[in-house]
Design a protein around this ligand. Structure first.
Ligand SMILES: C[S@@+](CC[C@H](N)C(=O)[O-])C[C@H]1O[C@@H](n2cnc3c(N)ncnc32)[C@H](O)[C@@H]1O
Length: 288
């Protein structure tokens, strides 16, 4: 709930602290701005003219929920949670300190809720630009507060307020991450690698992950965040039926690039089940 993380949240325009008003139906900042809490429990924290784009559509969020609920990415979620544990251990943060874990581009909250189940007492900020995602985030875990915000803007969080940031296949803003992390805090990134979903690329006509993703992560973060360990490769086979394949494509940008009827025809031509590779790196970074 938002009340769990209110000590982390800040006015998106000027960074002043937010507090709950009228029984947490609004958040108000010290500078007098007011932000309504939606009936579904999330709050949109955007300055000025508001958000410039919408993020994942409702269809993409539902496809993501279908795919993830089948457990196909379980090794990824385990790796991200392990990364958060390592980060908290490195900073000697006990669970009893109610550490704050913020997931940016959090989607349905699958990763964040798993991590919060594992780090007893931790509190979660689930942030996404998509209102459809935020509706899921607001009910993904009792200790999550859901915020609609744009990662490319000033993040609506206070300086040095977050013990760990997780970013799973989502955009990142290293300068802002460095600002909101505690001194010993770390960001944990899961980035897809070339070869991820390789077996689906040709039959479905979807693009491969571009080369050098980790190098670009490190370059973009330079001066703000620095790696604390070597990136760790997570690679495993998944057995996917056609429904899972359709959900996987439906949750990705490919869904927007291939006409729906054509995509359905290509999926219908696939074998009943396929073994498909999942491949990504976990990179942990601290403040530079
Ligand atoms: C590929 S999805 C990953 C979702 C989730 N991390 C997962 O793996 O299940 C990318 C997410 O980033 C969100 N997103 C895209 N642009 C964003 C932005 N500028 N600020 C915040 N979130 C954004 C999308 O709405 C979407 O939920």
């Amino acid at each position: 709930m938002l009340s769990d993380i209110i000590d982390v949240l800040a006015d998106p325009a000027d960074g002043t602290p937010l507090s709950g008003a009228d029984d947490f139906t609004r958040l108000v900042s010290e500078s007098g701005h007011s932000f309504d809490v939606a009936r579904q429990g999330y709050v949109t924290l955007a300055a000025g003219a508001g958000l410039r784009h919408q993020g994942d559509s409702m269809e993409m969020v539902l496809a993501r929920e279908t795919f993830l609920s089948r457990g196909h990415f379980a090794p990824f979620v385990e790796a991200v949670t392990a990364g958060v544990h390592d980060a908290l251990d490195d900073a000697a943060v006990p669970d009893t300190a109610r550490p704050v874990i913020a997931e940016i581009g959090a989607g349905t909250g699958y990763y964040l809720s798993h991590t919060l189940d594992d780090v007893e007492g931790a509190r979660g900020v689930g942030m996404d630009i998509s209102v459809h995602a935020a509706k899921h985030l607001a009910r993904c875990h009792p200790r999550v507060g859901a915020v609609v915000a744009d990662v490319w803007e000033r993040l609506p969080m206070r300086d040095t307020s977050v013990d760990a940031i997780t970013v799973v296949f989502a955009p990142r803003n290293a300068a802002e991450f460095a600002r909101v992390l505690t001194e010993g805090g770390q960001a944990i990134f899961l980035t897809a690698d070339r070869g991820h979903l390789a077996e689906l690329r040709e039959p479905l006509g979807i693009l491969d992950v571009e080369e050098g993703k980790i190098d670009r992560l490190l370059e973009q973060a330079a001066g703000h965040l620095a790696p604390v360990t070597e990136p760790e490769l997570i690679e495993f086979p998944m057995t996917l039926d056609k429904e899972s394949i359709a959900a996987q494509i439906g949750m990705s940008p490919s869904a927007r690039h291939i006409e729906a009827g054509e995509l359905a025809r290509r999926i219908a031509d696939l074998p009943e089940t396929m073994q498909v590779t999942a491949r990504a790196h976990v990179t942990r970074m601290g403040r530079a």
